[in-house]
Design a protein. Structure first.
Lengths: 492, 102, 639
């Protein structure tokens, strides 16, 4: 049994046990055990990967392939490199903490069933190296979103769920075209990423329209301007853990896909057409940040900030050099952890104050010091305080992007740098408004601080953020080594 | 021998009368009768063409026999439905049967 | 000298300890742990300084750069990587001494000053964090390490300014401080990126080696918008320094930062963090001097202008901490100006030396002034000098130490400020007469406003104090640091700084130029005399003068409306003109087009929906009609 398949199998088993479980106690036991198992599995995978990497020179490790539809050469093919390992670790952390953040859900059984299905999709996507299987898992990850938001959400949940799903489905329509195109133009011999990249060649004429299609398809999920509007509404309506998973992991699917499919398979087109998307992502970065400055709903602020931060991921990927791309992957990791933390805390605050409007809150530091401290840490991570993960990622991106030989790219980098100031503005505005100052609403006095399970989820995320921020060397080494084959292809 | 055209004129008349009835009548039984007219017009055509064009063969005849049998079954089912509809809503007006739509 | 790492580790461990477990400790325990740790760091710094200056530091008459520890923290490319390490050279060792000394004094002082405050442990945790970051900043081996700690001091400053977080003004001030410096840091970051793009290194030692030949050679010929790339890079880096060191027009955050507890103002916003900008320029001095001399000239002029500007504002302020804040701005600007007028080798490096010298002496007397002001505030429970008067008889120790500090800052021999300011004046005199006279004027203004402050607090008219709030001398924990710093203010000027610090690291001889010194003393005495006449007895002449100045007085009182200008830029231009339209655009145009797409789909489907009516007769009708049309087509068109 390949260790990678376990990542799909464990959530499946969790679903089975969930069917059998009868009360809240059992459901929680199943979820906590399963999520911990995933966490342990991710740790094991990391260790095994590092060991294997030392002795093997293969591009992907733990490769396995089972054909399941021979006429179209579709196979269940798995394999990981450093980047996927990092993403898997991220997903397992977020799935784990997400369980604690949805401790008291109503209709818990159904909720967690969808939750497990979502994690199957996420993990499956990161381990696949077959285009079709990848697409399949991608869809598996998207569909539960609709139900999770539509049923367990708040506010205009039906509208948001519909909007989110439809926009993402629109994206996957492009993606489908792209994938079929890639399969067809690479000589319809295989769907395997590695083989297409290394042995086959897609003619440049085809690349010219396949590249935009795939990049756009994944870009919608990565909140690429102007296709980002599902994100504010979707996040605002989603329940806490779903927001966490969505911003933390699902949006990373977009960045990962852009990088793994669009850039990796079609390097020539990436060189030719990259500048268009570079401008779009540059706009995303600044526009998202500026948009966040005047929002009043906590989740909206965070959603726009995600637009800005995820824009930076795609921006760095398009810079096409090793440093910037390493930065992009680290930014995915870092953004995943810190938005998850943000959403966990926003859920916590909303669960007590029943409002997310920053104008109606104030002085929470006095009322719930633990949660408030965590919020400040999340904010500092987001505005790039050294010692927390955001700084490492952003600096790697900026330094990498600025090494680009072209003046246009460097000027765009400076424009993107401006976002760090704007980020400081909206983060401090929010923190100052809701945490500091006098208590705004007298009903808030006496609200309880974080419960133990909420502490587990927030502390877990903070530890991860601080660990990357303090000791980035290990992570950046794993990532940048795995980037070498891709960089080789891109430097033609 | 009566020329083929006479038969065809009759069947065409029957056919279009049937179509006309089917489109214009609101009463479901009348519509069913109109439908019968259409089917019978087709049956006549089958027989006529068989008899006049391919006298040595019997496919047209057999087809008509089949058709009659199936029409009988179909009419039975249709009548059963109409009776049930009548029991439910008290009339057999086709415009009033919209429970499943709304 | 690997043990120098302990200087950094001690405050960091203290921060973690107090930050994570502080709330479980008794406040006093936390305070004592923090202070002990800081004392340890201070002792270590003194040992290092002694060992460096009188032992290993000097080889063949030249001070060496010693890097006892350096390890790779994050690698970008093979050439570009962030290292964390410790760089010991004259200026960094000098800074170690300054920071640990002032920090220790502030730790001690706060034990009494902050006694009984809620969040006492948190206060000490942040003080430790600040000390850690500031120490890390000065010993940085490369420009990126400096940037890292630069941001960290920014955050500690933010947390400490906003220490009284329930007070809206404190929250606003902390936010302002962070955002303004962050904006400046953007320049710093872009400057680093530019510099590293050409030189392919972050390392200070490599950048400054051989008269910064690396920078000069690698950027040769490259220019952008008419300025050389080296000038752009260094100017942008200076922008970062200008933000932290509160140079015009980025100084607006510093007066507001006085919302923080007074000991914090003494440590962060007077003695250490705000001189980081000066330190940055000094650190990269060879780069500035050899690759971008025009930027150095710009720095000199900005410095002098800020010095005068802040001194003028300081005259009219009534909040004693704000007077001190503007005085800090003015003094730091002098240091900047001194760097700007400095040459490089031998006696030409006087400006550089003078700048560092003034930084050194200023740290002590300004910390003393702030702590003295804190002592007064502690006694009177007000920041406003109009609530004070004749305090000398209630608090003699505070009064005398404050007096010493005032003499030091005014530049009266033999107090420390005289010596350092004199060197600055000499350096300016040899470089540019305009700058020289401007500095002289600002020195006179300094003497005037400092003594205005002094007389208004400790002399002037007696104010009515309520019975239970009778002012009293502060406890020994507060007066001890005052006395200690007063002693330093008297003695530090006697150091022969040029023996230790110079741009090319080779000692040179200085002597006091008594013509210039005489002018400086004369100006200072005039300032003090005017202040004595106006304020010592508490007359109403100042009010009449204010009235006669009219507009100008109001403008000065309102700090020349710069806060309002910035407020206008942020609130009206950025928020109202950019962010609000973007929100509108996003909600209505972008989201609107998505919703519009959905709307079109919905409308068109409901338009078609009518056809699928479920009316069998309608279907039949269409079917027949269609058949007929097809039949006609087949029959008559013969396609």
């Amino acid at each position: 049994m390949n260790i990678l398949s376990l990542f799909v199998l464990v959530p499946l088993l969790m679903m089975l046990f969930l069917f059998a479980s009868k009360n809240m106690q059992q459901i929680r036991t199943v979820m906590v055990t399963g999520a911990s198992a995933l966490l342990v599995l991710a740790a094991t995978l990391t260790i095994m990967f590092i060991q294997q990497r030392a002795i093997s020179t293969d591009e992907m490790l733990f490769v396995d392939s089972i054909v399941w539809y021979a006429p179209l050469n579709i196979a269940y093919a798995v394999g990981v490199d450093g980047i996927s390992v990092v993403m898997i670790v991220l997903s397992s952390i977020i799935v784990f903490t997400g369980v604690f953040s949805s401790w008291n859900m109503n209709m818990a059984k159904e909720y967690f069933l969808w939750y497990c299905l979502l994690s199957i999709g996420v993990f499956g996507f990161f381990i696949s190296i077959d285009l079709f299987t990848m697409f399949l898992f991608y869809e598996v990850a998207l569909i539960p979103m609709y139900l999770l938001i539509g049923l367990w959400g708040t506010g205009r949940k039906e509208y948001s769920a519909m909007k989110l799903t439809l926009m993402l489905m629109g994206g996957s329509a492009f993606l489908m075209i792209g994938i079929i195109g890639i399969y067809y133009f690479s000589g319809h011999a295989t769907m395997n990423l590695l083989e297409i990249a290394n042995n086959l060649h897609i003619p440049i004429e085809a690349q010219r329209w396949l590249f935009p299609a795939t990049f756009l398809g994944f870009g919608v999920l990565g909140a690429l301007f102007p296709f980002h509007t599902w994100s504010p509404d979707g996040h605002a309506s989603a329940p806490t853990a779903v927001s966490m998973l969505h911003a933390g992991v699902l949006m990373k699917l977009g960045g990962y896909g852009c990088f793994r499919v669009a850039m990796y398979l079609m390097p020539e087109a990436a060189h030719e057409l990259g500048w268009i998307f570079l401008i779009l992502t540059g706009i995303s970065v600044v526009y998202g940040a500026l948009g966040a400055v005047v929002q009043t709903d906590l989740k909206y602020i965070n959603a726009y900030s995600s637009v800005s931060h995820c824009g930076l991921v795609l921006f760095a990927i398009l810079m096409m050099n090793q440093t910037a791309m390493t930065g992009a992957i680290m930014q995915m990791l870092s953004h995943g952890l810190m938005t998850a933390l943000f959403f966990a805390l926003i859920g916590l605050i909303y669960g007590r104050t029943h409002t997310r409007d920053i104008r109606e809150m104030g002085g929470l530091m006095k009322i719930m010091p633990f949660a408030a401290m965590c919020y400040v840490i999340a904010g500092l991570a987001s505005l790039g305080l050294p010692g927390l993960s955001g700084f490492v990622a952003e600096m790697t991106i900026f330094v990498g992007a600025f090494q680009h030989a072209d003046l246009f790219h460097r000027i765009l980098t400076i424009a993107a740098c401006c976002s760090i100031v704007i980020t400081a503005v909206y983060i401090l505005r929010t923190v100052g408004k809701i945490l500091y100052g006098p208590v705004q609403d007298q009903h808030h006095i006496g609200l309880p601080d974080a419960k133990w399970y909420e502490k587990v989820s927030t502390v877990g995320l903070i530890v991860a953020i601080a660990a990357i921020g303090m000791y980035p060397f290990g992570v950046s080494e794993i990532i940048s080594n795995s980037l070498l084959p891709i960089i080789e292809k891109l430097t033609i | 021998m009566i020329p083929m055209e006479h038969y065809l004129i009759v069947s065409t008349l029957m056919f279009f009368i049937g179509i006309y009835g089917f489109i214009t009548r609101k009463n479901m039984i009348a519509m069913l009768i109109s439908l019968e007219l259409v089917i019978n017009a087709v049956d006549i055509n089958f027989i006529v063409f068989n008899r006049y064009l391919f006298p040595g063969q019997l496919e047209g005849m057999f087809f008509t026999l089949f058709s009659i049998a199936i029409t009988a079954a179909e009419t039975t089912v249709a009548l059963a439905i109409i009776i049930n509809v009548y029991r439910k809503i008290g009339n057999v007006n086709v415009g009033n049967i919209n429970k499943m739509k709304n | 000298m690997e043990y120098s790492l302990l200087i950094l580790i001690t405050p960091f461990v203290l921060f973690l300890l107090l930050g994570l477990t502080g709330h479980k400790m008794k406040p006093n325990v936390a305070g004592i742990i923090g202070t002990t740790g800081m004392a340890l760091a201070a002792i270590l710094s003194y040992t290092i300084a002694f060992q460096y200056f009188f032992g290993v530091g000097k080889v063949d008459g030249v001070f060496q750069q010693i890097i006892p520890i350096n390890f790779e923290w994050l690698r970008f490319t093979d050439n570009l990587h962030i290292d964390l390490g410790i760089l010991l050279d004259p200026i960094s060792v000098m800074m170690l001494v300054v920071i640990t000394t002032v920090s220790l004094m502030v730790h001690l002082y706060s034990l009494a000053y902050m006694h009984g405050e809620k969040g006492f442990q948190r206060y000490y945790a942040f003080l430790s964090l600040f000390s850690f970051s500031m120490l890390g900043l000065v010993v940085a081996t490369n420009i990126f390490q400096m940037y890292i700690f630069w941001e960290l001091v920014g955050v500690s400053s933010y947390s400490l300014i906003g220490f009284y977080y329930t007070k809206p003004s404190a929250v606003a001030a902390s936010k302002k401080a962070f955002i303004v410096t962050r904006f400046a840091d953007l320049g710093f970051l872009v400057g680093i990126l530019l510099l590293s793009f050409y030189t392919k290194t972050f390392d200070f030692a490599t950048l400054t080696a051989d008269n910064a030949s690396l920078v000069v050679n690698s950027t040769a010929g490259a220019s952008f918008l008419g300025l050389s790339v080296a000038a752009w890079a260094t100017a942008l880096i200076f922008m970062g320094g200008a933000g932290k060191s509160a140079m015009f027009p980025l100084h607006i955050w510093l007066p507001d930062a006085m919302e923080g507890p007074t000991p914090v103002s003494a440590l962060i916003h007077a003695a250490t963090m705000v001189v980081a900008g000066v330190y940055l320029v000094a650190r990269l001095f060879p780069v500035y001097f050899f690759s971008a001399p025009e930027v150095l000239t710009m720095i000199a002029y900005i410095g002098v202008f800020t010095a005068l500007f802040a001194a003028v504002i300081a005259i009219t302020q009534t909040d004693i901490k704000r007077v001190l804040a503007f005085s800090t701005i003015s003094q730091i600007a002098l240091m900047m100006a001194a760097l700007g007028v400095s040459g490089f080798g031998g006696h030409d490096g006087l400006g550089y030396m003078a700048s560092m010298f003034h930084l050194f002496t200023h740290a002590f007397f300004k910390a003393l002034l702030f702590l003295g002001a804190g002592s007064v505030i502690h006694a009177v429970h007000s920041n406003d000098m109009r609530d004070m008067g004749r305090l000398h008889k209630y608090m003699p120790i505070s009064s005398i130490t404050f007096f010493i500090a005032c003499l030091a800052i005014a530049g009266i021999p033999p107090f420390s400020g005289f010596f350092s300011k004199d060197e600055i004046l000499v350096a300016a005199f040899h470089h540019d007469k305009v700058i020289f006279y401007a500095i002289l004027v600002s020195a006179g203004l300094t003497a005037f406003y400092m003594f205005r402050l002094y007389f208004n607090i400790f002399w002037g008219k007696e104010k009515t104090y309520t019975e239970h709030h009778k002012p009293h001398e502060s406890p020994w924990l507060m007066t001890f640091p005052l006395v200690f710093l007063a002693i330093l203010s008297c003695t530090t000027g006697l150091f022969d700084f040029s023996e230790f610090i110079s741009p090319d690291k080779m000692p040179f001889a200085t002597h006091i130029d008594w013509t210039i010194a005489g002018m400086a003393i004369a100006v200072a005495v005039i300032g003090i005399t005017v202040a004595t006449i106006l304020y010592a007895k508490g007359s109403d002449k100042p009010a009449q003068m204010a009235k006669s100045l009219g507009r100008f007085y109001t403008a000065t009182l309102n700090k020349f409306y710069l806060d309002e200008v910035w407020m206008f830029i942020t609130q009206s231009v950025i928020f109202k003109m950019i962010c609000e339209p973007i929100r509108w655009f996003d909600r209505n145009v972008i989201d609107g087009s998505m919703n519009g797409l959905a709307w079109v789909t919905q409308k068109s489907s409901s338009a078609i929906k009518g056809l699928q009516s479920g009316q069998v007769q309608f279907y039949a009708w269409v079917f027949v009609a269609g058949s007929i049309v097809i039949a006609i087509l087949v029959l008559f068109c013969k396609v």
